[in-house]
Design a protein around this ligand. Structure first.
Ligand SMILES: [Zn+2]
Length: 442
């Protein structure tokens, strides 16, 4: 069992296989000196060839695969799988207390899975409660990944809200978004989020705004539309649904969101799937496109031209799509993005996909045909870039001098056995061992 090193001392971690997220190579026999007081890496040097016995507080991780701590670039720490409890019931019926306690459990599960950073893109009805969870983790009150949070997402009037049909008589439900309209309105929206403490601005470039036009049955005994409208999306599973997405903001509004956020050195994440929304958000200069699922050459070209980071959230397609061909097309779209040199980050829309199963997104990258090295880059350095890179206030996602000492240690040689992604032997965050042998060290 690991004992915490004295807080004022540095210690050395000896490795035989260390992933370098910049060169995309596995370096052999490297020793990492870390300072658990500053949380940073002091140096990375070749391991002495005659090193045999390693004694406390140094760590001997030879024989394992050591990587920068994983980043989940699209998570929702307040959400658990919709297969357990539909989104509507989580947002409307679970108490804020339950949701916050669940967030604590979810944070632990993510940390155990090797994720030392979460970019958390919206509380989904829990107001600004992510701020408190982030700070509780940062203060050492509860264990968890370092959170970069969006608080509430921005959407325009009638765009992203809890859909319920009984709107008469003062029925009240939590709001799902901070509503803002017009250039001045969206600037105020961004400023409200920054003032609340957001690390990243999330906005909905599009959503199913007209979902109450043909409402889905949403409670026991409610009925389906008997004669549904004709499909209009050219056979596309999303666009042909009864409630296809439509853009929520004009180009000028998206531009204003991005400009206001960037003036405060804050990254912007945009929910968008259709080519129209992806292109508008990318042209506005967002940091990242979330989902972007509808295969489109034009979407990819826009992201390439604007150097937009793409977070394809393949877990969503994996969970939601019965249509095998469409699922394959979405995975192929992500592979194509990688081939075109678009920067990627891995994020499973975690929450809908269970916390603790975060690595599923990496597995889907591999299934899509993205190389192991490119996948690992997306899961480390790519995630840090999506958090805003140097704007985020920390350097993480690479093992080098001055960078945050976040490491995940996998059993065996990952190059030979990708199953090692699920064999997390140890997690080090800010230079401290936080998970050892599957147990959280508090
Ligand atoms: Zn999401």
């Amino acid at each position: 069992m690991y004992e915490k090193p004295h807080q004022s001392s540095t210690y050395i971690i000896h490795t035989s296989l260390l992933f370098n997220s910049r060169t995309l190579k596995f370096d052999t026999d490297q020793s990492i000196t870390v300072n658990p007081k500053t949380g940073r890496i002091v140096s990375v040097t070749p391991t002495p060839p005659n090193l045999s016995h390693v004694s406390y507080p140094d760590l001997d991780l030879r024989g394992c695969t050591v990587l920068p701590g994983f980043v989940d670039a699209h998570a929702h720490v307040f959400v658990h799988p919709y297969t357990e409890t539909p989104a509507l019931n989580q947002e409307r019926d679970e108490s804020l207390t339950e949701r916050v306690l669940r967030a604590g459990n979810n944070a632990k599960a993510g940390l155990k899975a090797g994720f030392t950073t979460y970019r958390d893109l919206g509380t989904e009805g829990a107001f600004n409660a992510d701020i408190g969870v982030r700070d509780a983790i940062s203060r050492g009150i509860i264990p968890g990944p370092r959170l970069f949070v969006a608080t509430e997402a921005l959407a325009s009037t009638g765009g992203y809200e809890i859909r319920h049909e009984n709107k008469i008589g003062g029925t009240s439900v939590p709001r799902l978004s901070d509503v803002c309209d017009g250039v001045d309105g969206v600037k105020m929206g961004v400023r409200r989020r920054l003032g609340a403490g957001a690390d990243v601005i999330k906005f909905y470039a599009e959503y199913r705004r007209r979902t109450l036009r043909f409402p889905q049955p949403a409670w026991p005994g409610s009925q389906s539309i008997r004669y549904p409208p004709y499909a209009t999306g050219g056979g596309n599973a999303i666009l042909s649904s009864m409630n296809p997405p439509s853009t929520l903001f004009d180009q000028e509004e998206m531009n204003a969101i991005v400009q206001t956020a960037k003036r405060a050195k804050c990254p912007v994440a945009s929910h968008a799937s259709s080519p129209e929304a992806v292109i508008m958000a990318s042209n506005a200069g967002v940091t990242s496109i979330e989902h972007g699922s509808l295969p489109s050459e034009e979407s990819l070209k826009a992201m390439k031209k604007n150097d937009t980071i793409y977070v394809p959230t393949l877990c969503v397609a994996d969970i939601e799509l019965d249509d095998k061909e469409f699922r394959k097309a979405i995975l192929g779209h992500a592979r194509k993005a990688n081939e075109m040199g678009i920067r990627l980050a891995t994020g499973g829309d975690t929450g809908e996909s269970a916390h603790g199963n975060n690595v599923r997104e990496l597995e889907l990258f591999l299934e899509a045909g993205i190389s192991l090295e490119d996948t690992l880059r997306a899961a480390t350095l790519g995630g840090w870039e999506a958090c805003g890179g140097d704007w985020c206030g920390y350097r993480s996602g690479w093992v080098g001098e001055g960078w945050q000492a976040d490491l995940v240690v996998l059993g065996g040689d990952l190059r030979e056995d990708q199953g090692a992604l699920r064999r997390v032997e140890m997690v080090i965050k800010d230079g401290n061992v936080v998970v050892d042998g599957g147990f959280i060290i508090e």
